[in-house]
Ligand binder design. Structure first.
Ligand SMILES: [Zn+2]
Length: 86
């Protein structure tokens, strides 16, 4: 019986599969997920810190003539404070 040989082969195959998943399949999947996000959302720039954020996740503030998007409420607060104070 080549049971031990079979188990060794199965072990090697499993190892190869795990390595494949770790280094090939996983990065590819995250790449596709990123593409999907770009299609659904819209990148908008935070006027305070200059960071680009997804419009769905952004903190919105209505202003004259439109809407501003911020990465956080702290950024929105800082931005309007500077607008007022000069
Ligand atoms: Zn910001």
């Amino acid at each position: 019986m080549g049971l031990i040989r079979f188990l060794m082969f199965a072990g090697v195959a499993l190892l190869v599969y795990l390595i494949y998943r770790r280094f090939v399949a996983a990065p590819m999947r995250s790449h596709f997920e990123h593409k999907e996000d770009e299609r659904l959302g819209r990148l908008v720039q935070d006027p305070n810190c200059g960071v680009y954020v997804d419009s769905r996740d952004a903190v919105r503030r209505k202003v004259r003539g439109g809407e501003l998007y911020f990465c956080s409420r702290a950024c929105a607060k800082t931005y309007f404070k500077e607008q007022r104070g000069g």
